[in-house]
Design a binder for this molecule. Sequence first.
Ligand SMILES: *[C@@H]1O[C@H](CO)[C@@H](O)[C@H](O)[C@H]1NC(C)=O
Ligand SMILES: *[C@@H]1O[C@H](CO)[C@@H](O)[C@H](O)[C@H]1NC(C)=O
Ligand SMILES: *[C@@H]1O[C@H](CO)[C@@H](O)[C@H](O)[C@H]1NC(C)=O
Ligand SMILES: *[C@@H]1O[C@H](CO)[C@@H](O)[C@H](O)[C@H]1NC(C)=O
Ligand SMILES: *[C@@H]1O[C@H](CO)[C@@H](O)[C@H](O)[C@H]1NC(C)=O
Ligand SMILES: *[C@@H]1O[C@H](CO)[C@@H](O)[C@H](O)[C@H]1NC(C)=O
Ligand SMILES: *[C@@H]1O[C@H](CO)[C@@H](O)[C@H](O)[C@H]1NC(C)=O
Ligand SMILES: *[C@@H]1O[C@H](CO)[C@@H](O)[C@H](O)[C@H]1NC(C)=O
Ligand SMILES: *[C@@H]1O[C@H](CO)[C@@H](O)[C@H](O)[C@H]1NC(C)=O
Ligand SMILES: *[C@@H]1O[C@H](CO)[C@@H](O)[C@H](O)[C@H]1NC(C)=O
Ligand SMILES: *[C@@H]1O[C@H](CO)[C@@H](O)[C@H](O)[C@H]1NC(C)=O
Ligand SMILES: CC(=O)N[C@H]1CO[C@H](CO)[C@@H](O)[C@@H]1O
Length: 768
Amino acid sequence: MRLFPLFFLLAHHDGDFVAGYDSLHPRSLNYTGPYADGGSWTSGFAQAKALVDQMTIEEKVNITTGQTGKCVGVTGEVPRLNLTAFCYEDGPVGVRPARRVSQFPAGITTAATWNRKLMAARATALGQEFHDKGVNIWLGPVTGGPLGRTPYGGRNWEGFSPDSYLNGVASYLSVKYAQEQGVLACVKHYIGYEQETFRNVYNITEEYSVFPALQQLPISSNIDDKTVHEVYLGMATHSCANDHTLNQLLKTELRFQGAVVSDWGGTWDTAASAVGGLDVSMPGSGTAYGGLFGHFYGDELTALIKNGTIPEVRLDDMALRTLAPIFQYQDLNTYPQPSFDVSDLTISTNNVRRDHHIIIREIGEESLTLVKNNRTSGGGLPLPVPSSMSTLAVIGEDASASPYGATSCGAHGDGGTGCLIENNGTMTVGGGSGWAYPPYTIDPLAAINAYVRQDGPDINQHLENWDLDAAALQASRSETALVFINAYAKEGGDRHNLTAYSNGDALVQAVAAVNKNVIVVMHIPGPVLVENWIDHENVTAVVIAHLPGQESGNSLVPVLWGERSPSGKLPYTIARNESDWPPNGIVFDPVFAPQSNFSEKILVDYKWFDANNITPRWEFGFGMSYTTFSFGDLSIAKTFRADNTSIQPTAEPFVRLPSDVGSSMYDVLYTATVEVMNTGRVNGAEVAQLYISFPETEEQPPSLLRGFDKLYLAPGEKKTATFELTRKDLSVWDVYIQRWKIPTGKFTLSARASSRDLRSVVTCMFAD
Ligand SMILES: *[C@@H]1O[C@H](CO)[C@@H](O)[C@H](O)[C@H]1NC(C)=O
Ligand SMILES: *[C@@H]1O[C@H](CO)[C@@H](O)[C@H](O)[C@H]1NC(C)=O
Ligand SMILES: *[C@@H]1O[C@H](CO)[C@@H](O)[C@H](O)[C@H]1NC(C)=O
Ligand SMILES: *[C@@H]1O[C@H](CO)[C@@H](O)[C@H](O)[C@H]1NC(C)=O
Ligand SMILES: *[C@@H]1O[C@H](CO)[C@@H](O)[C@H](O)[C@H]1NC(C)=O
Ligand SMILES: *[C@@H]1O[C@H](CO)[C@@H](O)[C@H](O)[C@H]1NC(C)=O
Ligand SMILES: *[C@@H]1O[C@H](CO)[C@@H](O)[C@H](O)[C@H]1NC(C)=O
Ligand SMILES: *[C@@H]1O[C@H](CO)[C@@H](O)[C@H](O)[C@H]1NC(C)=O
Ligand SMILES: *[C@@H]1O[C@H](CO)[C@@H](O)[C@H](O)[C@H]1NC(C)=O
Ligand SMILES: *[C@@H]1O[C@H](CO)[C@@H](O)[C@H](O)[C@H]1NC(C)=O
Ligand SMILES: *[C@@H]1O[C@H](CO)[C@@H](O)[C@H](O)[C@H]1NC(C)=O
Ligand SMILES: CC(=O)N[C@H]1CO[C@H](CO)[C@@H](O)[C@@H]1O
């Protein structure tokens, strides 16, 4: 897990620890946190210091306070010192709301590739688009707030995976590669932001509200210390005035040198936030968003500094944390100014898409996760060459593009009542601030039509989900039927159930009643229950296509017809019943101070299923190929390599063993390897996964992911999967001594093809 190269961090206002609302009514205005020293950003910090030294209080306050402008968030400028405003812009799948940009695959889709190169390439492309649009701070990636502790979370799809390791790798690569393009990443949301319901307090009424605005506290996430360290910290919400999470965990333990930015609506109190560790308040001033989010920082912060309530050194710290990373990564003389205006989509703006459609298509393809394939009666996937097929049914509204244009449903893609784009076409990403306008959408039907046009099958389409007789009629006249179903999720509300949307289950069943070769494709934001039809004899194959972005159909076709083998693996668990997931997922209690106890503790996702012996429908890490793979023996060797990948060193305390060398939690201590061979007849890729089981004395799940390596293999070819294990990978958080430690005793390491498909095992001791 390598978690902290981030420069900016978005804090949401619900992450309280072991309850308690000190954030609303601070007990003390004494600042207990550290002051930034820039860490490894020496030049950026020096430049920032030189400028901040010349600034007046008003000027320093200006750059820590949001104002109205062309971007989703804009800080004030300092004309006297030639400092222009900084542009903060959504979101995780593209520049939003702006046009002439790409719509990238969702985080969850990217994680399903288990391909580090694609994770990095997506971040590079996103970084280029944000840079070229003149955005200084990218409000992305979503790195663990939410992490996805409950499958109902409305925003889980924006992030990568509920597994901290897979999430950590994807988050690290996303921040690193986006920042190489100059734009600063603002990872979000810090910390414990795992439900949408009751997320806001400040003057906002949402679909779930039970009290008028300003009359209910937002949800409190109550998480124990071990779980915070081992699962959530480093992922990084409303904790905008939380001394423990911001000043202690983030700024002291992780030595975070960047600025903590409030989520829009996350600030409730200027003084409490200033001492609590918040560096930039968004949207800041009262004029932005019509005052909906209140008026924080700005003049009030100036007054608090002037009358001595908040020490000026803390204001300096806010300004330094804002400016140091900007100077380190951006040359403000050449950095582009915003070329768009969020308040007017029709203005002329530059096209920044380059050839990013290539990487978008590739991620879509490599994320395709084949979870059922029954070839017994000659059906299933891949489909026969088009020339040998006579008829193919393409069924479901999710197979084709929305009849309405991309802008018809507003800047969040959800358009409110009466305009649900998700009910009107193929699902490419979810809604909310994590959405982005697609420049075009290659829907599945368009790509299929193009593929078969020369000598392929006649296409019998039915593109809505409610007239089941009409759908069945098309299916009954076809050799094979592709049924496209989906589910929707968005910011501002959680999922109410895990069933397919828009009559999806009934559609599959109606088609399967009349066609012997039904292949189901699902565009989904997370788990969907499939028990109503998964064992149906006529459902021969199921492909999870996640949320693929603008190139949806182009990603799918090569895999449907076997030009490429599917190689995605599930980045989360799909259960057979809602009750199989941990209880207390989303708290809906209509009370003044709703509490969410994270009572499953570290047993998130597959760890819960493993620990409680619950058989899922499809486990974390599962996905099939058109070929087969065998694994050799797993071996492990001591191989010290000092950490050379961290962008900023952390100060995480750990127990040093007598023979221990190195000084970072991220030093590589061991390397495990396993040979993987393609034993089938076609090219394919296997994601070899390394799981670790801690000594039995530790309170840990049966096994945890600690490495993965995706290998591309021709038939008969062998390659070695390599897994580097850092000190952190082998450590647990000891709550008594408040340190990480490598436990004594016997560890079991295993190479697996999924979290439950064990292929090769070794045991070893790490601590002396
Ligand atoms: C702030 O700290 C000072 C000295 O450390 C102490 O005397 C004072 O009581 C503290 N103020 C509050 C409000 O806790
Ligand atoms: C603060 O920013 C605003 C708008 O960006 C600007 O008009 C104003 O002059 C700035 N104030 C100071 C003190 O620089
Ligand atoms: C601001 O820019 C102007 C024009 O480029 C220049 O003359 C002036 O020296 C600059 N001021 C500072 C403080 O950099
Ligand atoms: C709440 O928001 C409305 C605008 O939607 C604004 O008129 C009102 O003043 C706000 N109330 C508070 C207490 O901020
Ligand atoms: C300082 O200013 C703030 C903001 O105007 C005000 O609420 C507070 O009462 C003042 N405190 C003192 C000690 O004057
Ligand atoms: C595959 O389909 C055949 C019928 O074609 C059925 O008998 C068999 O049980 C199925 N196998 C699985 C694993 O679903
Ligand atoms: C599931 O939730 C969606 C969205 O709230 C709703 O439209 C649908 O009717 C629900 N389905 C079931 C089976 O309750
Ligand atoms: C499977 O499809 C065949 C052919 O249309 C149909 O006769 C049969 O009843 C279907 N099976 C089920 C269980 O619906
Ligand atoms: C799901 O679990 C609930 C509660 O245990 C049970 O009542 C229900 O029958 C289960 N549903 C299925 C499809 O197994
Ligand atoms: C959450 O935990 C607290 C402290 O253990 C307990 O008092 C409370 O009842 C729990 N709330 C829920 C909803 O489980
Ligand atoms: C870290 O060191 C290893 C071994 O010396 C080297 O192969 C690798 O490229 C280095 N990585 C970086 C990011 O410098
Ligand atoms: C053509 C079509 O399917 N239109 C639907 C778009 O979504 C709205 C809201 O769900 C439906 O009412 C329309 O029927």
